[in-house]
Every structure is written in structure tokens, then in C-alpha cells.
Design a protein around this ligand. Structure first.
Ligand SMILES: *Cc1c(COP(=O)(O)O)cnc(C)c1O
Length: 404
């Protein structure tokens, strides 16, 4: 008689986006004349850049000719892409990462969920609160998170590291010692970033504690400040204690195309065992990794034309971010983020809960955002707005918000 993985039953319902959908539908039914503006989506809206399309078209044609057809991709990903990544994302930044330490994949969500499988169930994880929910959810499904308490909205075996206004939305070192530390900077949802000095403190701590940092750099392309590191490997010693996750989704519009990678340095070892050798056995090798056509599209991200076109897209979103940030400040809101990330994090006014503010914004302005409490208990009393909409809609939304 088969049994199910009962850890799945412990997961609380993910009501966030379905509740938002229901509330918006109800509002639209009541006010059919009102046009809703969505600043809640965590998805890009700009189409693929011409340099990327061109590379994909060319790769499609190659797949149709006997001489250039390709079957299963190599385990780590094609060398042309790994070389471009190693050079442009690491070596040009003074970070010592080699092409054979890069594992190409179909996106950072899968990798951030699967990476926990190479670690024992005995490990204790630490996460920022609030944060992208995938890290906790996947550890809970594996049975590493303990039990969920609906009262506190916390898992019994997870170390939560509060990211609040008092600490600039950057966590302090935890009091209990974790084994796996998930860090995401620039952060989703708070939009906060760490300086190189702040991140060095974490690297030093992990080495002392014998912990591994799993560093999610999905929003690296949005960094605008000089002292914010683009990769954790800018920090001394990170090669022996950190794994880095990266995505082509938010910088190049690949949310539907699917491409990402994970860096596991060869020096990262548990006793004698290199984690590199474990991740080499991950599922997804050959069969579920990124297709040739997509890896060629990824290569074009690093071409001269690609870089120019994608910088324009990032600049476009960041103009939206500035519009939201400055507009909200003028209207008297307490805001952060939006400088090194496409997310603006605002304190809900007058002790409103995150959901009360959601209703308020929808009712009074017809603007949809995301309640901070959907990203962990530390997000209560906060609200996320994203810069991924059109500029026209962003300006219109801010005009409406200023009037309430
Ligand atoms: C969007 C996002 C990802 C997911 O990236 P994909 O490559 O599309 O799977 C990973 N981490 C964070 C923090 C994100 O916000």
C-alpha cells in the first residue's frame, strides 16, 4: 500500500494570489466602468529584445538542418553559454568563478527548490522574513521545516531572520546557528540590498559556523549603487561557503522562455565531499535543463547589442520604480526599495494591516498591489508595489493614489 509524502499536508493553503484574484473580480463586477491598474505582478511585461529573438531564430534554423541539429544538451549546459556567464557575470567583476562551476538550468525557481535535496534532512535552515516563499515551502515539503503554526504563521524548525525598517531590511546574524542560510539580495519583496561589507559579515559568519549560504541573485541586474555586490563571490572566502542562484527572468524577460543557472564552486566541500559532485547528479540533467534554442538566447544576453537593449529594459522598469517611490513619498507614505530592485516596499498607513490596505487601495484608487504578509509574518503592516507595469499605467496609478 503506497503512502503519500505527508509533509505536503502540513503546507498552509497558498491563498495570496487566489484571494487577490477574487477581490479584484468582485470589485470589477461592482464597478464595471472602473479601470484597474495592476502594480502587484512579479512578472516582466516588456517583450524579448531583438538581439535575443535573432539568436533564437538562428538556433531554430540550426535545429532543422542535419549538419547543425542538436539533441540532448551537455550536463552542465553548453560551453558557449557557461563561458559567457563566467566571463561577464563573474571574472569581469573580479569574482573567481570558472565555466565548469556553472550549472545551466530552466530557471532559478526550480534550482532554489531543488538545491535543498543535496543536504541532509537534519539541517536547520534560516530565511529572511519576509522573503520569496519557495525556500521555506520546498524545505517544508522535504520535511526539514518541522510543523506549521497557523497562529504565528511560522514553521517550528525554521530560523526566521526579521528584515524590518529598524535594520534597513537586512537581517542580523541569527542567535541560533543554522546550517543552510538563504539570502536573497536585492530582495523580493522588500527591494532592499546589502553592501559588500554587510555581505562579507555573512560570509565570515557562515565559514565560522560551518554553514552554507544559498544566495539568490535574481535581481542583480537592477543594482544601481556602487557599494552593492553583484555576486556573493565578490566577498573573500565565499568560494568555500556559498552557492549562488541566478535567473534570466527579471533581467532579460525570460519568465516564459525559462533559463537560469546555479554556481557551485569546486572548493565548497562538506568534509571530503564536494557539493559540486552532488549537484552534478541533480535531476534535470539533460532532460529538463534548458533547450539549445534557449541557451543560444541566453548567450545573446551577453552580446554587445543584447547588453544595450537589456539595459534599456531595466532602465524602463527603474523609471517606473522611481515614479512609484517618489510619488508615494510626496503623498506622505514611508517607502523603501526601488533603488536596486524593481520593488517598492511601503509601510501601511495608520496601523492598517496589509490586507486592509489592499482593500483600501483597490476601493479608493482601483490599484492592485501585494500584501506584504503574503511573504511571511514579517511582512505584516507592509505592502509591495512592482515596477513591471507600463510607464503610462504607473504614472496613472500614482496620480490616483495621491488623490486618496
Ligand atoms: C522571480 C524570482 C525567481 C524565479 O526565477 P525563474 O528563473 O523565473 O524561475 C527566483 N528568485 C526570486 C527571488 C524571484 O523573485
Amino acid at each position: 500500500m503506497y503512502k503519500i509524502n505527508e509533509n505536503y499536508l502540513k503546507l498552509p493553503g497558498s491563498y495570496l494570489f487566489s484571494t487577490i484574484g477574487k477581490k479584484v473580480a468582485a470589485y470589477t463586477a461592482e464597478h464595471p466602468e472602473k479601470q484597474i491598474i495592476r502594480l502587484g505582478i512579479g512578472d516582466v511585461t516588456q517583450p524579448l529584445a531583438p538581439a535575443i529573438l535573432e539568436a533564437m531564430h538562428k538556433a531554430v534554423d540550426e535545429m532543422g538542418a542535419a549538419g547543425t541539429f542538436r539533441g540532448y544538451a551537455p550536463d552542465l549546459g553548453y560551453e558557449f553559454l557557461r563561458n559567457a556567464i563566467a566571463e561577464c557575470d563573474y571574472q569581469q567583476r573580479g569574482a573567481d568563478i570558472q565555466a565548469d562551476e556553472i550549472f545551466v538550468s530552466d530557471g532559478a525557481k526550480c534550482d532554489s527548490g531543488n538545491i535543498q535535496e543535496i543536504f541532509s534532512l537534519d539541517n536547520r535552515i534560516a530565511v529572511c522574513d519576509p522573503v520569496y516563499p519557495v525556500y521555506v515551502d520546498t524545505n517544508a515539503m522535504a520535511g526539514r521545516a518541522g510543523n506549521y503554526d497557523p497562529e504565528t504563521e511560522m514553521w517550528s524548525n525554521v530560523i526566521y531572520m526579521p528584515c524590518l525598517a529598524e535594520n534597513g531590511f537586512v537581517p542580523e546574524l541569527p542567535k541560533k546557528t543554522p546550517d543552510l542560510i538563504y539570502l536573497c539580495f536585492p530582495n523580493n519583496p522588500t527591494g532592499s540590498a546589502v553592501t559588500k561589507d554587510q555581505l562579507q559579515v555573512w560570509v565570515d559568519y557562515a565559514r565560522r559556523a560551518g554553514a552554507v549560504i544559498i544566495y539568490d541573485a535574481a535581481y542583480e541586474a537592477y543594482i544601481s549603487e556602487e557599494n552593492v555586490p553583484h555576486t556573493i563571490y565578490e566577498c573573500a572566502g565565499a568560494r568555500t561557503c556559498a552557492i549562488e542562484l541566478k535567473s534570466f527572468s527579471k533581467n532579460a524577460g525570460f519568465t516564459g522562455v525559462r533559463l537560469g543557472y546555479t554556481v557551485v564552486p569546486k572548493e565548497l566541500k562538506c568534509g571530503e565531499t564536494a557539493l559540486h559532485s552532488l549537484w552534478a547528479r541533480r535531476h534535470g540533467t539533460k532532460y529538463n535543463g534548458a533547450p539549445y534554442i534557449v541557451q543560444r538566447a541566453g548567450e545573446a544576453v551577453y552580446s554587445e547589442a543584447g547588453r544595450i537593449q537589456l539595459k534599456e529594459q531595466v532602465d524602463y522598469y527603474m523609471r517606473n520604480a522611481r515614479t512609484i517611490r517618489e510619488g508615494l513619498k510626496d503623498a506622505g507614505y514611508t517607502v523603501s526599495g526601488g533603488v536596486n530592485a524593481p520593488y517598492i516596499w511601503l509601510k501601511t498607513p495608520g496601523q492598517m494591516t496589509a490586507w486592509e490596505f489592499f482593500d483600501h487601495l483597490l476601493e479608493e484608487a482601483g490599484v492592485v498591489g501585494t500584501p506584504g504578509s503574503g511573504f511571511g509574518p514579517g511582512g505584516e503592516g507592509y505592502f509591495r508595489l512592482t515596477a513591471f507595469g507600463s510607464y503610462e499605467n504607473t504614472v496613472a496609478a500614482l496620480e490616483r493614489i495621491r488623490k486618496i
